[in-house]
Unconditional design. Structure first.
Ligand code: ATP
Length: 580
């Protein structure tokens, strides 16, 4: 039934869309495509629905003022008749055109109603398109008038009103081009954006379930990686991705590697490009090996010198599948493809997708590697958990974004504790320890640190005031060394009920109760810590301020316990950085 679609059907569609609630407009369009169109009708229909994007036909040279004259002549009206003046003065609106003033098509419909019948003229969209082609190529005004007269003959007033809107290239349907494209085919907008060719879009994208095969990237040719934009804190990230569907992922500390696969081995697809991070996995400890060790371990692993550690590739994206580039699909769709295309191999090849892939191997008690964030609190929590677990930071991604080569466009954001550190290091004393969870279970993995209370500046401190809890920043080995050195002095002080040694001042807040206390301050060690420049007023700890995202910079074995930063000096530091 190619090209047999009647203009009256398209007019019903337009009227229907115009009157529908915004949320229902798209489905009307879909229904029209499914009910009335075969793929060979798509272009005929789409060029009427999106007339401003139809470059095939050239311009009509008919703005409202010229169109008014042509219509007056085509209808055989006298140019000074009341209706002719209404058309000419369509902006002002006459006595009867008040409501329609400013809308040429409505004013014209009013005039046409008095001259045309209500019975459909039976014009097909094929015939309409041919007449519109002739109208666009007509050179004289007389020729244009003649074609308009033919159109008037073959339509009723309602139909002619929409023809006029098509000629003026503005249908006022209240539905965006974007929505029309999306409903037509998921790749339509994108293909139009790069080709500006509506005909080509309609011809190439005939099947909505078949994604367009793009060859903008190729297997075997490296693509510049998509980059992440640095943000200050979770709130800034959330603001930047306002209203978007967001996934938060661990920022792995390895090497960014693209895998271009073009062959037959282990996996489902013979050709694909994966984007991800190359890391080293310790199969005995069941965890990622330390930062910095990647290159040498990778080499040792490759040479068969280290049997515990092996190279593990975490694929967090997929760029090409089978015979087509997929970078234009949304991250959400690419995550689905990752799951479909890649068969993970534990400890060798893993995929990073929310609620699946690598997350399945997260040790109990430790946060997941990637999840959907529904609020800024989710981002904040994920960030805290991730850096407490001593990972490098997090990457926050818009799930609806494309993968853009070489672009730092803000669709991927990165948040690392390094970016929020204070200008000055603070030398504080370890006063207690907390046991870790998951892979650090049973060992002290975080410390409670204190500030010195020094009433006499020339004397040793008398007490230490709890300040904050810190566990990130050191390498595994360094952290272990500190914990080992302090182990002989850890005390549980369970009796009388959870009392701490008297030279430590704490609040009653349960969060600050460490699992163990350091027997006495002289035995302890000073840590240099850094953090967000903004301190927070503390209700949990005894010191008046605490730190956001504290991080251990280094261990000060060289500094004796009594040189710990004093509360007073710290408060002064806070006030001077706040300008108060
Ligand atoms: P940086 O030194 O912070 O890694 P960079 O300039 O190398 O910065 P960016 O684009 O700024 O790179 O940050 C993204 C980098 O983070 C990627 O190149 C990749 O190596 C790494 N990365 C680790 N985990 C992820 C992840 N889940 N998603 C995206 N990138 C990740």
């Amino acid at each position: 039934m190619t090209e047999e679609i009647k203009l009256s059907v398209v007019v019903s569609l337009f009227t229907w869309i115009q009157r529908s609630r915004p949320s229902a407009k798209r489905s009307k369009f879909r229904k029209f495509l499914d009910t009335f169109c075969t793929p060979s009708d798509y272009f005929s229909a789409m060029r009427l629905i999106l007339p401003s994007l139809d470059r095939e036909r050239g311009t009509y040279g008919l703005k409202e003022s010229v169109l008014a004259i042509c219509l007056i002549d085509a209808l055989g009206m006298s140019r000074d008749s009341a209706d002719a003046l209404r058309l000419i003065n369509w902006r002002k609106g006459g006595a009867n055109t008040g409501a329609n003033a400013g809308n040429f098509a409505l004013v014209a419909a009013e005039v046409l109603q008095r001259r045309q019948g209500t019975v459909s003229g039976g014009l097909t969209i094929k015939e309409l398109n041919e007449l519109l082609n002739r109208l666009a190529s007509a050179e004289s005004r007389a020729e244009k008038t003649a074609i308009l007269a033919t159109l008037i003959n073959k339509t009723n007033a309602q139909e002619m009103k929409w023809v006029i809107m098509i000629i003026l290239k503005d249908l006022k349907l209240g539905i965006s081009e974007k929505s029309i494209f999306q409903e037509f085919h998921p790749d339509a907008e994108d293909l139009f954006n790069v080709t500006c060719d509506l005909k080509l879009v309609c011809e190439k994208l005939r099947d909505r379930t078949q994604r367009h095969k793009r060859q903008d990237i190729e297997v075997g040719k490296a693509v510049r990686p998509q980059l992440a934009l640095r943000v200050r804190d979770p709130a800034a990230a959330w603001k930047k991705l306002h209203g978007k569907e967001v996934v938060v992922e661990c920022k792995f500390d390895g090497d960014r590697i693209q895998i271009h696969k073009n062959g037959t081995d282990i996996h489902y697809y013979s050709r694909c490009i994966l984007d991800g991070e190359m890391l080293v996995w310790d199969s005995t400890l069941n965890q990622f090996a330390e930062f910095g060790s990647n290159q040498e371990i990778a080499k040792a692993a490759k040479d068969g010198l280290d049997s515990d550690r092996q190279v593990l590739y975490v694929a967090f994206d997929i760029l090409y599948v089978g015979d087509t580039s997929v970078i234009h699909q949304s991250l959400k769709e690419r995550h689905e493809l990752l799951q479909k295309v890649v068969k993970p191999l534990k400890g060798r090849l893993e995929i990073l997708v929310p609620n699946g892939g690598l997350n399945a191997h997260r040790p109990p008690g430790e946060p997941c590697w990637s999840c959907i964030a529904h609020s800024v609190n989710d981002v904040e929590r994920f960030f805290k958990e991730t850096i407490e677990n001593r990972d490098e930071g997090i990457v926050i991604k818009d799930l609806n974004s494309k993968w853009e080569p070489g672009d730092r466009n803000g669709k991927w954001l990165k948040l690392k504790p390094d970016y929020i550190r204070a200008g000055s290091d603070l030398d504080v004393l370890i006063i207690g320890g907390y046991y870790g969870s998951g892979r650090r279970g049973g060992e002290v993995a975080q410390f409670l640190v204190g500030l010195a209370d020094r009433p006499d500046p020339n004397a040793y401190p008398r007490r230490f005031i709890s300040f904050c809890r810190v566990g990130t920043g050191l390498t595994d080995d360094d952290l272990e060394t500190v914990a080992k050195k302090l182990k002989p002095y850890f005390r549980k002080y369970e009796y009388p009920k959870k009392m701490q040694p008297s030279f430590y001042q704490v609040t009653n807040h349960s969060k600050e109760r460490p699992d163990v206390w350091i027997e006495s301050p002289e035995k302890s060690i000073i840590l240099s810590i850094t953090s967000d420049i903004r301190t927070i007023r503390s209700e949990v700890f005894a010191a008046p301020y605490s730190l956001r995202f504290p991080r251990i910079d280094r261990v000060r074995y060289d500094k004796p316990w009594h040189e710990c930063l004093g509360v007073q000096s710290f408060v002064e530091l806070v006030h001077s950085s706040n300008g108060t």
